[in-house]
Design a protein around this ligand. Structure first.
Ligand SMILES: N[C@@H](CCC(=O)N[C@@H](CS)C(=O)NCC(=O)O)C(=O)O
Length: 121
């Protein structure tokens, strides 16, 4: 109970520090950014606000200037059930990728960041 509280508190502090120190976003031409904005409509990040792995992933998304839909997988959220049913486990971060009529659920922050950098950097 106390450990969980301290862990969550630290997560919130890290999340706030992240927001304050994000720096600059990748700059693209207007047309290119519009194309990227359209492409990321087929992506969604399932996450917790205060999870360090999610913070790391959100930071990379910010730096790459990717307005990906963020879905909270916290207790009581319908997205939690969606993640469990679709991906097979409630573990965050998880990137839902819809492509060519198929859906892939990509777990692990390092894998997600690698995927985003390869596709959008
Ligand atoms: N190696 C994974 C670790 C992910 C992880 O441990 N996530 C925790 C939250 S910080 C989780 O989803 N735990 C399941 C739960 O809290 O229900 C990554 O880098 O994404």
């Amino acid at each position: 109970m106390l450990v969980k509280f301290i862990r969550n508190l630290l997560g919130v502090i890290i999340a706030i520090m992240d927001l304050a120190t994000r720096g600059t976003k990748l700059k693209r031409s207007l047309e290119k950014q519009q194309q990227v904005n359209d492409e990321v409509k087929s992506l969604a990040l399932y996450q917790f606000f205060a999870c360090p792995f999610c913070i790391k992933t959100r930071r990379a998304m910010y730096k790459l200037n990717l307005p990906i839909d963020k879905r909270s997988a916290s207790q009581g959220s319908p997205f939690r059930d969606e993640l469990l049913t679709g991906g097979g486990q409630v573990k965050v971060p998880c990137l839902r990728i819809e492509q060519d009529g198929k859906v892939e659920w990509l777990y692990d922050s390092t894998e997600i960041i690698r995927y985003l950098q390869t596709r959008f950097a």
